[in-house]
Write a protein that binds this ligand. Structure first.
Ligand SMILES: C[S@@+](CC[C@H](N)C(=O)[O-])C[C@H]1O[C@@H](n2cnc3c(N)ncnc32)[C@H](O)[C@@H]1O
Length: 237
């Protein structure tokens, strides 16, 4: 069995996200979501894997009368989100006693679920989405994982030195992170691994209780193939 991504690994990712330029594509991705929201009636939304809360912040500005809440497995991410003024917490879906009109999982969060976590996640999701409500999310395509996200990356910002090596094989993408972070007169070393898993449309079609209503392939990086797909699932009544 593959171990789920740990809080420690996700916290390390939270600490270095600003170094890797991954969020440069976020405005383009978020625009696709906002276009979908314009066509939907809703009053409340939960963002799962809200990260630093950039998406919720933008939503709050667009819809000041609506209710937004974020959850994330990484305490470091939630701390950043709170510092950004976003209502967020470290909670699991099971711990939430409220139903929302819409749930979102933006920028690959679903790819972080191991195959063992995947089915349970969609079952738990039913208890936080109202009947007839929506789950809107994007996932990396196989091209996105195997061609766009692989390779080596180094960043040296003086106080932080980061090296990442990423590989893809057989539906599993692995990123090995090494961070040296200045702590007074020494450098503290942290090593963590994060895994993502490729999920094709077939996985989402086989989920009971959810109807696939929109599938939107995207070229976030303007390459020859689609690197992400945005899906809208409607919860059956
Ligand atoms: C690539 S980041 C995207 C963050 C944010 N949605 C955004 O648009 O910037 C993926 C996020 O999913 C979170 N995450 C990964 N697995 C999770 C899980 N099982 N439950 C909740 N959050 C998770 C990570 O901690 C991280 O913040």
């Amino acid at each position: 069995m593959i171990e789920p991504n740990s809080k420690e690994a996700l916290d390390l990712y939270a600490k270095i996200e600003d170094l890797i330029g991954v969020k440069d594509a976020a405005p383009k991705l978020y625009r696709h979501y906002f276009q979908i929201f314009e066509k939907l009636e809703f009053n409340s939304l939960i963002d799962i894997g809200c990260g630093r809360g950039d998406f919720l912040l933008e939503l709050g500005n667009r819809y000041p009368q609506k209710e937004f809440f974020g959850i994330d497995k990484s305490p470091q991410m939630v701390q950043f989100a709170k510092e950004n003024g976003v209502d967020a917490n470290v909670l699991e879906l099971k711990e939430i006693n409220q139903k929302f009109d819409i749930a979102t999982a933006v920028f690959d969060m679903v790819n972080y679920l191991t195959p063992q976590e995947f089915i349970g996640f969609f079952e738990d999701l039913k208890s936080v989405v109202k009947e007839g409500g929506y789950f809107i999310f994007d996932v990396n395509t196989e091209f996105g994982l195997s061609e766009v996200a692989v390779g080596n990356f180094i960043s040296d910002s003086g106080d932080r030195f980061l090296a990442i090596e990423s590989f893809y094989e057989g539906g599993v993408y692995e990123s090995f992170f090494t961070l040296f972070e200045r702590d007074k007169n020494c450098y503290k070393k942290e090593v963590q691994t994060i895994r993502q898993f490729h999920y094709s449309e077939e996985f989402f079609k086989m989920l009971g209780g959810w109807e696939l209503s929109i599938k939107l392939p995207m070229k976030l990086y303007d390459l020859e193939s689609y690197d992400k797909i945005l899906y809208v699932l409607k919860k059956e009544c």
